[in-house]
Design a protein around this ligand. Sequence first.
Ligand SMILES: [Zn+2]
Length: 109
Amino acid sequence: MQHLILPVITLIVVASANSIALLILKPMMNASLNNIYNWVFIVAILACAAWVVMAVLGQSASLTEAFTFAAEKMSAAGKTKVCAACGATNETTAKFCKQCAKPLDDAAA
Ligand SMILES: [Zn+2]
């Protein structure tokens, strides 16, 4: 969740700063400056929104990774064969190491 706090706060700050700064700056701006100002904030808000989306996607990707890792660990527990040559874990049914391709025989392990 920490990944989301910074982009969400930035988005809120930029969005509220837009309306506050507009109140202060509007009397000092002419039409073209106002136009530039609006575009700068549109780009800033879009960038922040993209940042939030990326944070959400990154978060879910790492969550998926964590779940996959945990599931792999659980299913692998008690049914692995460690390669004597390189130490990689292989399925008990494996005849050859998936890492170094050396033959896996129970006598060596
Ligand atoms: Zn190996």
